[in-house]
Design a protein around this ligand. Structure first.
Ligand SMILES: Cc1ncc(COP(=O)(O)O)c(C=O)c1O
Length: 507
């Protein structure tokens, strides 16, 4: 059987927003599901597949990897890639249930695997990842936590280990509300709901507020996880570019589409590091109040400032009651705590709690108890002082190294806080192409288009995280990035050969 004829009959669309590897995976997957390619059929080797579709070998590898994750193919080491046994359930050996056919359609999000890949970084291989927005494990307050935990025997109330309110552990909710006074946010425990990270807060909000077809406005670029949650809820996403036309475009969207909500990261934005000025915040709130718009303020980074404090949050300035505030301990403490919170009108909190009941009844008690003890001890302030000073040094080290080694190839503005330096690539090739070359040199980052509503917008931008590594690895990572830039320039092809080919970050 000439498999090449079977799998190459369907045309590829290089202009599509869907990455080439997903397009290839989809073509092959359809043939497998339609039983045109039957179980046990040997598929072309990666090199051959790449040649058949005129793509890079990495794209071919990613297509097979994706099909393998879907349970449609299996790789036999030293032998090749084969169509998997569908009817016996490839994910669960020995099962007679056709799992792949039973599952509901998954929203076709071109970047749906990016977040998971970012979390899957192998730090051990000598590669330096500037990709994931993670704090440095060496800075986690382990000793303090151990001290609290060693007192567990005589201080934990067994009642706290049973079921608790879906909205969260009462003492923690009240304490969070009290600590928010420092950010000029007025709230009581009733307004606060504890979530399994801000990501869950965003998901619960989307369940409570969005129906398929609703419009949602997000900044473009924005946090990938938010964009994905809103898209998965079936919302139509309107991108708001940063810059001068911001307010006129927003007003236009409000009038034309009547969006259900506006999602913003006003302080040390992910990925750009930008801070909205107080004047912009006030103008935005005036506009939002006029249109009775729900504004979702996502604020994981505002305590991580490295100079002046940022302006008051939108929530603190809100006088019309339309701002929903989300924050998390993932960035200031550690992401594995999976604890964040939402501050909103009690009616919305109540509805979100009903949604949360469907998925986990309530967040983990031990994490909430531990965090409550940690916050009550006053240790957060001390910890923040330490990490602010450390991250400031790292931000400065990375920016200095970028200026020194990457010179005019990259331009950027120094962020006043947060985790990221957002760079513009002053070359004809894209940041995805640079990422290909950079992974070969042992350094990675997130290419800009991952954050945009309409890729290939952002193809000349990239996000570098300075929080995860100390100054020396940051300098070494920048030297590797410079080698990658030099490598591309040396080829004499200072331009992408495959136009618009988005690439999944290999981290
Ligand atoms: C802007 C923003 N919101 C939310 C999150 C998710 O945080 P959590 O770990 O609390 O789910 C992140 C993490 O990268 C983020 O940058």
């Amino acid at each position: 059987m000439d498999i090449s004829k079977i799998i190459t009959g369907v045309p590829m669309d290089p202009q599509s927003r869907q990455p080439m590897y997903l397009q290839i995976a989809w073509i092959i997957g359809e043939k497998i599901r339609g039983l045109i390619l039957t179980s046990g059929t040997k598929l072309p080797p990666e090199r051959e597949l790449a040649a058949l579709f005129r793509v890079s070998r990495t794209t071919a590898i990613n297509a097979y990897r994706y099909l393998e994750q879907q349970g449609l193919v299996v790789t036999r080491v030293g032998s090749g890639t084969y169509v998997a046994e569908l009817s016996t359930g490839t994910a669960e050996e020995g099962s007679a249930v056709p799992w792949m056919q039973l599952m509901t359609p998954f929203p076709r999000l071109p970047l749906s695997t990016v977040l998971r890949e970012l979390l899957d970084i192998d730090f051990s291989g000598g590669s330096i990842s500037l990709a994931a927005g993670m704090p440095d494990p060496d800075l986690y307050p382990v000793e303090l936590l151990q001290r609290i935990m060693s007192g567990v025997d005589n201080s934990i109330n067994p009642v706290d280990l049973g079921h608790i309110a879906t909205e969260g552990y009462g003492p923690l909710r009240r304490l969070v509300a009290r600590l928010l006074v420092d950010r000029d946010i007025e709230s009581t425990g009733e307004n606060v709901m504890i979530t399994a990270g801000s990501q869950q807060g965003l998901y619960l909000l989307s369940k409570a507020l969005l129906e398929p077809g609703d419009y949602v406005v997000v900044e473009s670029p924005t946090f990938i996880g938010a964009h994905q949650v809103f898209s998965a809820a079936g919302a139509r996403i309107l991108g708001l570019p940063t810059g001068r036309s911001y307010f006129s475009m927003l007003e236009d969207y409000l009038v034309r589409y009547r969006p259900k909500l506006l999602y913003l990261i006003p302080t040390y934005h992910n990925p750009t590091g930008r801070v909205m000025s107080e004047a912009e915040r006030r103008e935005l709130l005036r506009l939002a109040a006029r249109h009775r718009l729900v504004v979702v303020e996502d604020d994981p980074y505002s305590s991580l400032y490295y100079g002046e404090k940022p302006p008051a949050s939108l929530k603190a300035l809100d006088t019309y009651g339309g701002v929903v505030y989300l924050s998390t301990y993932s960035k200031v403490l550690f992401p594995g705590l999976r604890t964040g919170y939402v501050v909103a009108n009690p009616a919305l909190i109540n509805r979100m709690a009903l949604e949360k009941q469907f998925i986990d009844l309530h967040s983990n008690n031990l994490a909430q108890w531990l965090l409550c003890r940690f916050l009550a001890s006053g240790a957060l302030d001390e910890h923040l002082t330490l990490v602010r000073s450390e991250y400031k040094k790292r931000r400065d080290a990375l920016s200095k190294a970028l200026r020194r080694y990457c010179g005019t190839d990259l331009s950027f503005e120094l962020p006043g806080g947060g985790f990221f330096i957002w760079c513009r690539l002053n070359r004809l090739f894209s940041s995805s192409r640079l990422l290909h070359q950079a992974t070969g040199e042992g350094v990675s980052f997130v290419p800009g288009e991952a954050f945009y509503v309409h890729p290939p917008e952002g193809e000349k931008e990239l996000r570098l995280c300075f929080a995860t590594h100390a100054e020396k690895p940051l300098q070494e990572g920048t030297r590797r990035l410079a080698r990658a830039l030099a490598g591309i320039k040396r080829t004499g092809k200072d331009q992408d050969t495959i136009v618009n080919q988005p690439v999944k970050p290999l981290i």
